[in-house]
Design a protein around this ligand. Sequence first.
Ligand SMILES: [Zn+2]
Length: 164
Amino acid sequence: MESKHRILSWDEYFMGVAAITAKRSKDPHTQVGAVIVGPDQRILSIGYNGTPRGMNDDTFPWAREGETLRTKYPYVIHAERNAVLNFRGLMRELHGATVYVTHFPCNECSKELAQVGIAEVVYAYNPYPDSMETRAAEAILDAAGIKTRVVPVPDITIAGDYEA
Ligand SMILES: [Zn+2]
């Protein structure tokens, strides 16, 4: 019998989880979500861009311009880094894993993904393809042999599926 439900592919599912995780971010400009997935399609960890523990992300300086200490840049933890830091298993489990991330990683996150042994980066958007950060990230991912590919955020609505 044919299911009346649309079954998501793994790519759609994991990018969907990354996108909904991004919705937790208090950053008013860019909400980024990341999901680390093991080779057996298990979710190993999740992260979004936010503040370090103890800093209130409601009163946090989310500005992108002005005096450096009053911008977000010295403080914010990117989604991919948070996903690595939130991981509660053995680091070797990250070896060979895939990261689904809403936005192409920056160079700093790319260094970390390379060092923990991530095998593939799947992303939905690359908003700054010509930036220094992106070009350096591409060089880092390429040198580490990390594959990259694009998967769009799936266009799904699920709320109505649960009405009585
Ligand atoms: Zn980053």
